[in-house]
Design a protein. Sequence first.
Length: 146
Amino acid sequence: MRKIVQRVSNHSRAEQILFLKALLWLIIIKLYLVLLPFKTVRRIIASRSVKTTQSSGSEAGDINHVTWAVRVASRYIPRSATCLPQALATQVLLGDLGYATELRIGLAQDQDGQIKGHAWVERQGQIIIGGSEVSQFTLLNSLESR
């Protein structure tokens, strides 16, 4: 816990709160994914996504702050905050700020012949989080949060 506090103590109050929200959402989403069918999790996330009010900050700034918070918070949830919880938490947090996003899920075959999956989030065609290797994945579908 001390490491978490030290990590965000030099950030603004708003960033600290955003970090705590990201941490909480990552934990909640991981529990949802363990306990509920994915279709139910998507329905819950969609019901939280995209509020009618838009943030007063800049879009790029809001997106950068959210992705920072999700990435840093995910480091404190060992082996649990993989790409899917990170993508879903990003969708919730950006939805709270009024931004519509798309959850993308893709599959690829690794060198051993095993199928692996990856999730990432896009906004207006730009990858927001999870973009490191998406070109190797075949897109399954798009799950929009509108």
